[in-house]
Write a protein that binds this ligand. Structure first.
Ligand code: HEC
Length: 190
């Protein structure tokens, strides 16, 4: 009896082997809804909702995880206000400074230079005798920048400045604060 059971198991095993990848052969668990979900597909019509769609928009006022809506809208008009109201929530720990440096080197150094002097690679590129990048990036080691409240620099990174573009979509909130810690701690006032 034992032998027959083993034989049946081996045969069942062999019959489910899939030598031709395009054919799935027997599906033993289909009846238990394990292979075929009864849930609606994301883009299929859906009679349950009023608009007939399966994918629904988030409820109004929903905030995505790790995302804080930025309260200021005006690039120049709100800069001073941001400087007063926003406080750096992070401390200059070795870990925060290290990550701040990593992000600075990726996103800022190309214009502001590895040591913050406003002499990044992009500023040196010249084509037909003309500078390829039209602006002069601020010297981040300068006293007037070092004296800026963290919130003001946060505003500049988030919204951009005169020529400098906004970096809100590339750099997460916490990493923006870490970059500021790095700028304030690593670059010496001159
Ligand atoms: C594509 C070049 C470019 C990149 C990248 C860039 N900047 Fe700038 N930045 C500039 C230029 C040009 C100015 C000066 C003109 C202006 O204000 O737009 C400036 C100005 C600034 C100022 C001074 C603003 C003020 O209030 O006077 C700060 C602070 C600053 N940048 C920080 C950063 C930080 C931090 C990063 C990285 C997250 C960064 N920048 C990335 C080009 C750049």
């Amino acid at each position: 009896m034992k032998k027959y059971i083993i034989l049946v198991l081996i045969l069942a095993g062999l019959s489910s082997c899939n030598h031709h990848q395009e054919n799935t052969y027997w599906d033993y668990m289909g009846d238990f809804d394990m292979y075929y979900s009864k849930a609606y597909e994301s883009y299929s019509p859906n009679p349950v909702f009023k608009d007939g769609k399966t994918l629904q928009k988030p409820v109004e006022g929903t905030i995505a995880r790790e995302y804080m809506p930025y309260p200021f809208k005006d690039k120049f008009g709100d800069k001073a206000k941001a400087g007063k109201l926003l406080k750096n929530p992070l401390k200059a720990t070795p870990e925060n400074l290290e990550r701040g440096k990593m992000k600075y080197d990726i996103y800022c150094a190309i214009c502001h230079g590895k040591e913050g002097k406003g002499d990044g690679h992009l500023t040196k590129l010249v084509k037909n005798g003309k500078k390829l990048y039209p602006g002069v990036p601020a010297n981040l080691t300068a006293g007037y920048i070092q004296a800026k409240p963290d919130g003001e620099i946060f505003h500049v990174i988030t919204m951009g400045s005169a020529i400098m573009g906004a970096h809100a979509s590339q750099i997460k909130t916490d990493d923006r604060w870490r970059i500021i810690l790095y700028i304030k701690n690593h670059f010496k006032v001159k």
